[in-house]
Design a binder for this molecule. Structure first.
Ligand code: 5AD
Ligand code: SF4
Length: 441
């Protein structure tokens, strides 16, 4: 039996790509093992969004550099593979396979070449209109399933590697997405998460020509599906119809992740984000005028080249103005190939660190306030696991908050497990990052 080990870095798109890669390998007669030591084929599905993420794969490979990897075959997949290409063979001579996500459809052929002893197998072409659709996906979670609806990105944000690592946009047909979703519902999945670097620019390539909102509505109508989420949205392509769709169907979760990156229109222009602060705020107004309360989350980059103290203040003001339920924040990291490399006035690492801390403290206060408003409310919660240390069930609300709860009759999973079920839970306590409550019996 041929064995493989895979470690995945980066975003949900990458996590889901790995599920498809694993399914493909299993279908080719491989079996998965839990440690690289036990594997003949060691794969890293990599991320290069920031320098730190990129360095991780090289530190992993370094561990095996001696003895030429002890006879193992090493493969680098994903965004670092696409970005660094054949340079990886120079930096890590014990690597035999370098393939970006746009080449995964060719994985079976690449495996054949590896098995034949080829030490330089590459899949680096971005010139494709294919998406990686496979019936073999090996899903990690038995209740929530990812479905990629669009691959690649046609934007050119000045800081971002993704257009270089994932290539141009390619959408799947609505019928293939719906067929996959119906199949998942039939297998007992109740939550579906639609994935793409920019789901809002989804465009059905078939005659139907559906846009994203139309597809979202259709997925929300599939029998047995109780929750539909989607990520990520680009504000420029975010239309009101998406909010109308959420308003019309409670299966579409009360959560929109709308990365803003900066609260300053001047910085947004330098980032080539294609919207101003006012245009972004108009979208926030749509979300806030919905009939249900829809949670809002975002991504922020601090210390983009030339970001002045006043521009940074505009971002802090924006946090207050929007009142995000949660956010991801990052220090700007210089990336290969990107337009921002050419910009003057790089902000020092120290200053970026200072701004990040200030931003995170500001947001923490907002979250404490917002979460406290939920105490006393009853939220439908999906049980995802059990924490033996605290005796609580780990749950998630439609708004994507963690809500850990106790259950008067089911204190532990020894008897019947609650995992995968949906229960009404009364919120009794709120912290900055999660809620606690008790199941309403
Ligand atoms: N530096 C820092 N953060 C970045 N992101 C993307 N590129 C960079 C970069 N070069 C952040 C953005 C994006 C999130 C996924 O990662 O905020 O929305
Ligand atoms: Fe990382 Fe971006 Fe690639 Fe996802 S698409 S793995 S976040 S570089």
């Amino acid at each position: 039996m041929k064995t493989f080990y895979i470690e995945t870095f980066g975003c949900q798109m990458n996590a889901h790509d790995s599920e498809k890669v694993i399914g493909t390998l299993l279908a080719q007669g491989y079996s998965q093992v839990e440690s690289p030591e036990d594997a003949e084929l060691v794969l890293y599905n990599t991320c290069s969004i920031r320098d730190k993420a990129e360095q991780k794969v090289f530190s992993r490979l370094q561990q095996f550099k001696r003895d030429h990897g002890k006879g193992k075959v090493f493969g680098v997949l994903g965004c670092v593979a696409q970005q660094e290409g054949e340079h990886i063979f120079e930096r890590a001579p014990h690597v035999s396979l370098v393939a970006g996500s746009a080449s995964y459809t060719k994985l079976p052929e690449m495996l054949v070449q590896l098995e034949a002893g080829n030490r330089r197998v590459t899949g680096l072409s971005l010139d494709t209109d294919a998406t990686f659709d496979t019936p073999y996906t090996r899903r990690d979670n038995p209740h929530r399933a990812y479905i990629t609806i669009i691959e690649g990105c046609d934007k050119s944000c000045a800081y971002c590697v993704v257009p270089f690592t994932r290539g141009p946009e390619r959408s799947r047909t609505s019928e293939s997405v719906l067929e996959e979703a119906r199949g998942l519902a039939a297998k007992g999945y109740t939550e579906i998460q639609l994935l793409g670097q920019n789901v809002n620019s989804y465009r059905d390539p078939s005659e139907r020509g559906w846009d994203f909102a139309r597809l979202l509505r259709a997925v929300g109508e599939i029998d047995g599906i109780r929750r539909v989420r989607f990520t990520t949205s680009h504000p420029r392509d975010f239309v009101k119809d998406i909010i109308d769709a959420i308003d019309a169907n409670p299966v579409l979760c009360d959560h929109v992740h709308l990365p803003v990156q900066s609260g300053s229109s001047a910085v947004l222009a330098r980032m080539q984000r294609l919207y101003t602060r006012d245009e972004y705020m108009r979208r926030i107004e749509w979300v806030k005028s919905a009939k249900r309360r829809i949670a809002l989350t975002t991504d922020i980059i601090v210390g983009f080249p030339g970001e002045t103290e006043a521009e940074f203040q505009e971002t802090l003001d924006l946090l207050d103005e929007v009142g995000y339920d949660s956010l991801f924040s990052f220090k700007y990291s210089r990336r290969p190939n990107t337009a921002a490399l050419a910009l003057a006035d790089q902000v020092s690492e120290e200053e970026k660190g200072r701004r990040l801390t200030i931003l995170q403290e500001r947001q923490r206060a907002i979250q404490i306030r917002r979460n406290a408003e939920l105490v006393g409310l009853i939220e439908e919660t999906m049980a995802e696991g059990h924490n033996h240390a605290t005796g609580q069930w780990i749950g998630r609300t439609s708004q994507n908050r963690t809500l850990n709860f106790t259950h008067a009759e089911l204190a532990s999973p020894n008897g019947r497990t609650l995992v995968g079920s949906y229960l009404p839970v009364r919120v009794t306590r709120a912290g900055p990052n999660s809620l606690a409550g008790e199941a309403v019996l």
